[in-house]
Ligand binder design. Structure first.
Ligand SMILES: [Zn+2]
Length: 276
């Protein structure tokens, strides 16, 4: 119901009757649920220019490319019935996709949208490439894992959290960290024992028989530079089922059933007891 931020932006010519409803169990474990539209069609309230913004990080700002005006990424909080576990999020701009961020007593479970990257032409035609798991085999996956892990990077820990194939396209959620220990050198201008943690969406396509990463896509969800102790204590995982929830132009969406796990899965992100 509550739109946090977004004071300077008007969502362009769409109704804000959109809603996401569902249930969460066990309800005692949930603290809050918010929806975030990571890719948002907006109209700048200052210069009236319409554009599509990448709104990857909830506490960051979006800058209008035409006039330079900045506004905060809007997020929408759910009303949760603490008895039944039913929740609803209302007032959403329709015709957008949303990820849910669920804060629990165990930590944060964050939805990610792993749908394939659409070209401008595909967007115009409103033609979405549907997932076809039969076309995406073990070999494809292995090639993509290699493309992710074999690149020489600033970070000394890199892994895919998810890889989803869509025929000739694939999307991966990649976790990278630069962690200081006895084997690594100190960071540039390092103050103490620090870690740099990044979570990014990487897009791939098959091109002339081989896989390649699609460049120039702003896929960084998070980049944190934090004390090592804070990094080690993080409880923050990602979930494909909580991401890419489509609110259609009429404002409707499929019900979301959230079943919280007994424990967070270290394969899906940072869990305090897990070693990187
Ligand atoms: Zn503007």
């Amino acid at each position: 119901m509550t739109a946090v931020g977004g004071g300077n932006v008007a969502v362009s010519e769409v109704s804000t009757d959109g809603r996401i409803t569902g249930s969460v169990t066990p309800v005692e474990k949930v603290k809050s649920i918010v929806a975030i539209p990571r890719c948002l069609d907006v109209k700048c309230a200052t210069c009236k220019r319409q554009f599509t913004a990448r709104a990857n990080t909830p506490d960051k700002t979006i800058t209008c490319r035409a006039c330079g005006k900045a506004f905060s990424v809007p997020t929408y909080a759910a009303k949760i019935d603490k008895a039944s576990g039913k929740f609803e999020i209302t007032g959403l701009p329709a015709g957008q996709r949303y990820d849910l961020i669920v804060q629990t007593t165990m930590g944060r479970i964050e939805g990610v949208d792993l749908s394939p990257l659409e070209t401008e032409l595909e967007k115009l035609r409103r033609k979405r490439v549907r997932a076809n798991p039969r076309e995406f085999g073990t070999e494809d996956r292995e090639t993509i894992v290699e493309l992710i892990t074999k690149v020489k990077q600033f970070e000394n820990f890199v892994r895919p959290i998810y890889i989803v194939g869509h025929g000739e396209k694939a999307t991966a959620l990649v976790e990278k960290a630069r962690i200081q220990d006895e084997k690594t050198e100190k960071f540039h201008s390092e103050k103490g024992n620090e870690a740099i943690w990044r979570v990014e969406l990487w897009y791939f396509r098959r091109w002339f028989g081989g896989w390649e990463r699609v460049s120039n896509v702003e896929g960084v969800l998070y980049r944190l530079r934090i004390p090592r102790s804070k990094y080690d204590a993080m409880n923050w995982v990602f979930s494909d089922t909580l991401g890419g929830i489509e609110v259609d132009p009429a404002g409707k969406s499929e019900r979301v059933k959230i079943e919280l796990p007994a424990q967070l899965d270290p394969k899906r992100g940072r869990v305090a007891t897990s070693e990187p």
